[in-house]
Write a protein that binds this ligand. Structure first.
Ligand code: SF4
Length: 239
């Protein structure tokens, strides 16, 4: 079966057997993270539109799920930011209405969570894994290199907005980069932000494959464990 928007299923470190949905053309994103494994963002944007036809994505899902294959999750992810797609709400509703046995997950960079319209579109997900790589503006700019108009405060505000208006599971992902967000000041800011956001779980992620910038290094295991311990009880390390 030739599919354009669906990939996998892949065996994900966190989600088990996960069928991926990629709604955004390579490489369109609201951020240009130094650690991105997909490479440099060509189109840096916050514009929401129907980047690929919603109807075609739904048709591919109908075909793929016809025989009800065994899956742990159906996950919005891929090489760009899924919430930039205006049809994401329609696709989530389609899945929940027609295939209630499947759990739906969304991996997001959190940049649009300050918008109530986006929250109302994604709140049907069973699991949302939003990212937060820095709370200070200086480090946010250095790691995430956002489109103009975005700032770290807006990201934290969006995450609090999500928690208040969404009843599913929320696992906050933090990507730790040595010499950028692993110092005392940044970790203290993370701790304060986590207290305000109240995610169900925190997942610390580290470099697994080469990032966009080759100076980004993997943090030593021992230091990662210290950070996990500092940040609290419900912290998990993804390695
Ligand atoms: S948000 Fe995700 S897709 Fe976008 S640049 Fe960062 S890591 Fe890459």
């Amino acid at each position: 079966m030739k599919l354009k928007y669906i990939f996998g299923p892949v065996l994900s470190r966190r989600l088990g057997k996960s069928l991926g949905i990629d709604l955004i053309p390579f490489k369109t994103c609201s951020l240009d993270c130094v650690y991105c494994e997909c490479g440099k963002t060509d189109k840096l944007t916050l514009e929401r539109k129907e980047y690929v036809p919603t109807e075609e994505v739904i048709n591919e899902l109908k075909k793929y799920l016809y025989n009800r294959p065994k899956l742990d999750y159906i996950t919005f992810s891929g090489s760009g930011e899924p919430t930039l797609h205006k049809g994401i709400g329609e696709i989530i509703s389609f899945l929940k209405d027609n295939y209630p046995e499947y759990k739906v997950a969304l991996l997001t960079n959190s940049t649009l969570l300050y918008r109530n319209q986006v929250i109302s579109e994604i709140k049907g997900c069973d699991l949302i894994v939003p990212s937060l790589d820095a709370v200070s503006e200086e480090i946010f700019q250095k790691i995430n290199r956002p489109v103009s108009g975005l700032n770290a405060e807006l990201i934290v505000k969006g995450l609090i907005n999500l928690r208040k208006n969404y009843n599913g599971k929320m696992w906050l992902e933090i990507f730790i980069i040595p010499d950028l967000n692993d110092n005392k000041k940044e970790l203290m800011l993370f701790k304060e932000a986590i207290n305000r956001i109240k995610p169900d779980k925190i997942q610390l992620n580290v470099l697994d494959r080469p990032g966009t910038e080759n100076w980004v290094k993997r943090i030593p295991e021992e230091r990662l464990m210290e950070i996990a311990e500092y940040l609290g009880d419900n912290v998990e390390v993804i390695t």
